[in-house]
Design a protein around this ligand. Structure first.
Ligand code: SF4
Ligand code: SF4
Length: 477
């Protein structure tokens, strides 16, 4: 394990810091979580990042239970207070006292003013009688070693916080996707002698989910995850990287990735950075700080789908598939945003959420028109032949749902067919229609087949020759 200076604090921290927000909060996993902490210590990790709310409120308890077994304190703890939960100096003093008791330690090494999103929050934190004053008092009483800050802002705002000089360290999101917006802040913090802890090195899972897009991160024989971790760790001004750990495997994989971190100077690091793709727009990191939409929209899920739209080069089919997966909506369904702006004011990446929802709604509106046209073409109100829809894909599901939404129940003379025996006899999606084998085409008297699996149109046409009569019409969506 490599160790690095945490700014000018004279503390040496392991380059791998253990993030504890992903630990299981289940009572039944408490013992195995303690073993994970033991394992991390054994592997040389000495920086543990926690907060009272992490892991369903069990993170500090798990760490405390593990730390009790060590006579010598050979680890460092970062904990936090949050403006919304501890808005006054006294609240912060109570928070520190409670965390120390739970953690079974006498001093918190790095106490963070947690999650500053806006300058308004920052001003309230440092105002007289506010949280920062409480942290200062705790430091005077010897309960805290260093007061740090965790930020989700960048640019000028981050620079201003650093230049005010109130903090010994900063925890910030920095990864292969957002580094262009954070690099100046990282450099400035290091130049002012602050320690730098990096959160979100995998961009909320976006990097591992798009290995082709980020392939330039990969070193020979390594994965894109290794590459993303190495990319961040190899920046000379990074003190430690926080990886959310949930299992021994997580620890071992991160340790392995960090074994291969090259020692680079700034110029060498920038050469690697220059090879990375530049996303056309800032991406959502799925942090979910925007939750609480009054219209019930799960904004982070929706923005996750928009990420896919950008990363795929604005491929609408890809977008619809991911939106269905992330958000559960059909391609023809728009999102009822009332443009209140609440989500935008909370967004850690300052994304234009309302504009993005509008763009997605335009795409979905186009899809609604397309589905209407398809329904009218293939399923006029009366007089269409007995029809089989072949291939139970998202395309078929969308067509069916669109018909139900716009016109009601599909007439009885419509059947659903698939070549996968495991599907035969099952109910179709959430309807009472069943899925049939192609062997039933003639028995059911099907006169027309619509192939709803566009990618497999050619082999399906070939396959169907065994089951249809000469006069059967075959179309493809
Ligand atoms: S702007 Fe739209 S998505 Fe954002 S919180 Fe308001 S209604 Fe919800
Ligand atoms: S929209 Fe903003 S706040 Fe919401 S999850 Fe994405 S980055 Fe986080």
């Amino acid at each position: 394990m490599q160790y690095r200076n945490y700014g000018n604090t004279l503390k040496r921290v392991s380059v791998l810091g253990m993030g504890t927000s992903r630990l299981s909060g289940k009572e039944t996993d408490f013992k195995s979580n303690i073993e994970l902490i033991d394992r991390a210590l054994e592997l040389g990790i000495n920086y543990f990042d926690t907060a009272p709310t992490y892991a369903s409120g069990t993170s500090e308890k798990i760490l405390g239970a593990a730390f009790q077994n060590y006579k010598e304190k050979n680890f460092m703890v970062a904990s936090k207070s949050m403006l919304s939960m501890e808005p006054t100096a006294d609240d912060v003093l109570r928070r520190v006292d409670s965390s120390l008791k739970t953690l079974h330690i006498e001093k918190i090494d790095f106490f963070h003013m947690w999650s500053i999103l806006t300058m308004d929050q920052y001003e309230r934190i440092i105002a007289p009688g506010g949280p920062y004053e409480g942290a200062l008092k705790a430091k005077e009483h010897g309960l805290i070693d260093h007061i740090c800050v965790s930020v989700h802002c960048g640019g000028e705002e981050l620079n201003r916080i650093i230049l005010d000089g109130l903090f010994d360290g900063v925890t910030l999101g920095f990864n292969a996707l957002n580094y262009r917006h954070r690099l100046d802040g990282l450099r400035l913090a290091a130049s002012k002698g602050m320690g730098t802890a990096i959160m979100n090195p995998l961009a909320g899972g976006l990097i591992p989910q798009n290995p082709v897009y980020f392939q330039n991160l990969c070193q020979p024989g390594g994965t894109v995850i290794d590459g993303a971790i190495q990319f961040v760790a190899s920046h000379p001004q990074v003190s430690t990287i926080l990886i959310g750990i949930n299992s021994e495997r997580d620890i071992l994989e991160a340790v392995k990735a960090l074994e291969a971190v090259p020692a680079l100077n700034e110029n060498q690091w920038e050469e690697i950075a220059d090879r990375l793709p530049v996303p056309a727009e800032a991406l959502c990191t799925m942090c979910d700080y925007c939750r609480g939409c009054p219209a019930g929209i799960r904004v982070s899920r929706l923005m996750g789908a928009y990420n896919e739209y950008v990363l795929s080069g604005r491929d609408e089919t890809h977008f619809h598939e991911w939106r269905k997966m992330y958000y559960g909506a059909y391609p023809f369904e728009t999102t009822p945003c009332v443009k209140c702006g609440q989500c935008e004011s909370k967004c850690t990446q300052h994304l234009p959420i309302i504009r993005r929802i509008q763009i997605m709604n335009e795409i979905c509106g186009k899809e609604a028109d397309k589905q209407r046209t398809l329904c009218e073409k293939y399923f006029p109100e009366t007089g269409y032949p007995k029809t089989g829809i072949y291939g139970m894909s998202i395309t078929a599901e969308t067509l069916l749902k669109a018909y139900q939404t716009f016109y009601g129940r599909l007439p009885q003379q419509t059947y659903f067919l698939d070549s996968n025996p495991a599907k035969w006899g099952n109910n179709l999606f959430d309807t009472d229609q069943t899925i049939h084998s192609p062997e039933e085409i003639q028995k059911l008297g099907i006169e027309r087949i619509i192939i709803a699996a566009p990618k497999y149109e050619k082999p399906i046409r070939e396959f169907l020759k065994n089951y249809v009569t000469e006069g059967t019409e075959i179309y493809a969506l």
